[in-house]
Design a protein around this ligand. Structure first.
Ligand code: HEM
Length: 150
């Protein structure tokens, strides 16, 4: 249980913290950049970040279900905060799955053929999904870490 909770919390920090840095720090910093350069930089940034998100997703699911079934006596034994986290967690994972397979792939292709308009449009979709997941992620962390004291 202790090790699972450590892995679980670290995975949440990596995913949510990475989104916070991308959205709140990097995005405004790059606003003045020339379009193609900015799009190429986002490509490199996300190319390195997304494998960490996939690893975080796997770690969150494995450690989360391990805690539920081997530490807390199944779903009937967990508090409301875990049910909320389970729901918001799966919404985040589904949104990331869509982001990765649809706008991200289209964005990569558009950047490679230097199609600035299409790449910009795909990046706008990615940005919207990242913002949604960032808000959901922050809410999930707040709910999950305080829930046992409700
Ligand atoms: C989607 C499947 C998920 C499952 C099955 C799951 C399950 C769990 C369980 C069983 C706990 C222990 C709760 C307790 O002992 O009170 C926990 C804690 C936690 N989870 Fe999740 N979780 C999931 C997703 C997420 C996601 C997506 C995040 C954040 C982005 C997250 C962040 C946390 C945090 C911050 C804690 C609290 C650590 C602490 O004790 O301070 N979880 N989770």
């Amino acid at each position: 249980m202790t090790l699972s909770l450590m892995i679980h919390s670290l995975a949440a920090v990596v995913w949510v913290g990475g989104m916070f840095f991308a959205y709140v720090i990097l995005r405004p910093t790059l606003q003045e950049w020339e379009a193609l350069e900015r799009l190429r930089l986002w490509k490199e940034v996300f190319r390195r970040f997304f494998p960490w998100v996939w690893m975080s997703v796997l770690a969150l699911l494995a450690s989360g279900y391990f805690m539920i079934f081997f530490g807390l006596g199944g779903f009937s034994g967990v508090g409301l905060h875990v049910h909320i986290m389970h729901l918001t967690g799966w919404i985040m994972i589904a949104l990331f799955g869509v982001l990765f397979h649809v706008p991200w792939i289209a964005f990569l292709r558009a950047v490679d053929r230097e199609d600035v308009a299409t790449a910009g449009a795909k990046l706008a979709t990615i940005r919207m999904i990242v913002l949604t997941n960032l808000v959901l992620g922050l809410v999930t962390v707040a709910v999950a870490s305080s829930g046992r004291y409700w």
